[in-house]
Design a protein around this ligand. Structure first.
Ligand SMILES: [Zn+2]
Length: 137
């Protein structure tokens, strides 16, 4: 189990990140409206469309990050923060310091990445990947 003191440190970090994110989120949305109003001719339209696409991607990334922060804050509330969702072991503190929203411990994450890699690789490596000897210990 993680020390309460450490949990509080992460809680503060998440609250700060959330506040910063909500601020920039608001800023992007406001900027968005100005862009649409200022569109005049064809050239500007293309340019504005490109910018809109970029901003929308940025927004969806931020929305995902915000979702992760909210989930982490919920876990802190529930007392399950820093516990691996897969194996119920405590996630390494060093890992949480690099990636505070991590919900898997390092070995489970590696396994997940291997699985993703295998499915992306297609069928040919499927049977090979199932051999335990090929797993990262
Ligand atoms: Zn795990």
């Amino acid at each position: 189990m993680m020390k309460q003191e450490q949990v509080m440190k992460f809680k503060k970090l998440f609250e700060d990140q959330k506040a910063a994110l909500l601020y920039s989120y608001k800023f992007i949305n406001e900027d968005f409206t100005i862009q649409t109003d200022e569109m005049s001719d064809e050239v500007d339209l293309t340019c504005a469309e490109m910018e809109q696409g970029m901003k929308m991607r940025l927004r969806s990334r931020e929305a995902l990050f915000l979702k992760k922060i909210n989930e982490a804050l919920e876990k802190i509330q529930a007392g399950t923060f820093g516990v691996c969702e897969c194996c119920d072991q405590t996630i390494e503190t060093s890992r949480l310091e690099v990636r505070p929203t991590a919900n898997l411990c390092l070995s489970c994450k590696e396994e997940e990445e291997q699985r993703e890699h295998r499915s992306a690789d297609g069928r040919k490596s499927k049977s090979m990947g199932l051999k335990p000897s090929l797993r990262i210990a």
